[in-house]
Design a protein. Structure first.
Length: 66
């Protein structure tokens, strides 16, 4: 699966940024087509942040316990 990863920064402190992985299971095509609208919807719930970018990348897999 592919993850949509947003790079967001605090609106009042543009040097304070972090990456957020959006909780969605997407194919690469879905991520590329719908990434920006999904990101915009996420940011509606995060008024203190501004988006600096977004990308599609392989989703992190949970570690397996032996």
């Amino acid at each position: 699966m592919i993850a949509l990863v947003l790079t967001v920064c605090l609106a009042g402190q543009p040097d304070t940024c972090k990456e957020i992985q959006v909780p969605a299971e997407l194919t690469l095509t879905e991520c590329m087509l719908y990434g920006q609208p999904i990101a915009a919807e996420m940011l509606e719930h995060m008024p203190k942040y501004e988006m600096k970018g977004w990308k599609c990348m392989a989703a992190a897999r949970p570690e397996r316990k032996a």
